[in-house]
Design a protein around this ligand. Structure first.
Ligand SMILES: *Cc1c(COP(=O)(O)O)cnc(C)c1O
Length: 387
């Protein structure tokens, strides 16, 4: 018999966080809806792990053990990715501290840093995910995001963690695009993982979730206290839905990656599509590091259709590709990131592959691009076409 530590991804996802089998009990217990719980009249809250819903919920704890198993650390879930990431930043950083963030990372984290963190006296600095990185002496926390959303550049997490630790800095990695099956930052030397579980991790476009995972007792206590006092917890039903969805993570990612490969190869071959990025393409700038570091590649492809109007024509002509933000869901979607304020070109598109049949997606995408025609005035030829 193989031990749990030998299980492969599909098995780990199906079993993650489930209670020991017990006759008459379900595989995954249903959501426990409670604000207060009954207390022992004599012993009070010390008699049970469940006292009040903000710090304590059994459905949430099962989800945390599941995500913790997949990431290889202790986990705390939050009401959204933003709640988890801002929670970690505010729990760790103090006025005068220096924080280094990805210049091309998730937009809402960067705007939180330049507004709120800088506003309380944190020294906020940025470096592009692909580098170069500055000297890290004096830095308190380095937040990495690899692959970065939406540009899909990557960084060498192990090398940067070693550099950061030598300089006395903590390293956090936003693992949203990769998911814990794509890479395990704690194994690569990161001190803490932060992520949105809204995206590929849960993958059904029906809930918001975030989490922090770490092997450091000190960071876990800081984050747990932060969550308990600020209260950004997911509800029991969302926690249960998320846990239910985790069982199919391996299957969903396998199809999304296969679809991304088919889509990327189709797009790269078209003279009317510029700037195709997918870390699995052999000549993508992110390929060498991604191939060495990642266990599987994301279902995200980015490219440029030149202008907003052509993107709209493409989406309108497609039967399978929906316009929507977020990513990692069952349905193939595209998001024109400039409409949200990302500093990208107007025709920059992040395409999130769903779990449809790859042949159908490629046929639909091809027909929709043919129908959308060309944009007015954006260069789509030349040596940099694939960048
Ligand atoms: C979506 C996302 C977040 C924020 O997560 P929410 O669940 O939307 O709050 C953070 N980081 C990355 C990389 C994301 O893609």
């Amino acid at each position: 018999m193989t031990g749990e530590q030998d299980w492969r991804d599909g098995t780990r996802c199906v079993h993650a966080g489930l209670p020991e089998p017990a006759p008459g009990e379900p595989f995954l217990p249903g959501p426990v809806f409670a604000a207060p719980y009954h207390l022992d009249p004599w012993e009070g809250p010390s008699a049970s792990p469940n006292g009040y819903g903000r710090p304590d919920n059994p459905t949430r704890r099962l989800l945390e053990s599941a995500v913790g198993e997949l990431e290889g650390g202790d986990c705390r879930v939050f009401a959204s990715g933003q709640a988890a990431i801002t929670g970690l930043l505010l729990a760790v950083l103090r006025p005068g501290d220096v924080v280094l963030l990805p210049a091309d990372g998730y937009y809402a984290v960067r705007s939180f840093a330049t507004r709120t963190l800088a506003g309380i006296g944190v020294d906020v600095r940025f470096a592009p995910t692909a580098g170069p990185y500055p000297e890290l002496d004096g830095v308190r926390l380095v937040l990495l995001e690899s692959p970065a959303n939406p540009g899909l550049d990557v960084c060498d997490i192990a090398a940067l963690a070693a550099r950061a630790h030598a300089a006395g800095a903590l390293v956090a990695v936003d693992n949203t695009t990769a998911t814990p099956l794509g890479q395990r930052p704690l194994d690569l030397g990161a001190d803490v993982v932060v992520a949105s579980g809204t995206k590929a991790l849960t993958g059904h476009s029906d809930l918001l979730l975030g989490y922090v995972a770490t092997r450091s007792a000190e960071l876990l206590t800081a984050v747990t206290d932060w969550r308990k006092t600020t209260g950004a917890v997911p509800g029991a039903f969302d926690a249960w839905l998320a846990h239910r969805s985790l069982a199919t993570l391996d299957l969903r990612l396998a199809r999304q990656t296969a679809n991304a490969e088919a889509v990327a190869r189709t797009l790269v071959a078209r003279p009317d599509v510029a700037g195709v990025r997918w870390p699995g393409l052999p000549d993508d700038p992110a390929h060498p590091v991604a191939a060495a570091q990642m266990r599987r590649l994301p279902g995200l492809v980015s490219f440029d259709l030149g202008d907003a109007d052509r993107v709209a024509r493409f989406v309108a002509a497609s039967r399978l590709v929906a316009a929507a933000t977020s990513f990692g869901g069952l349905h193939t979607t595209v998001d024109r990131r400039a409409q949200w304020g990302d500093e990208v070109t107007p025709g920059f598109v992040r395409l999130s592959c769903g779990v449809e049949d790859p042949a159908d997606v490629v046929a639909d995408l091809t027909a929709a691009l043919d129908a959308a025609g060309l944009s007015c005035g954006t260069p789509t030829t030349g040596p940099d076409r694939r960048r």
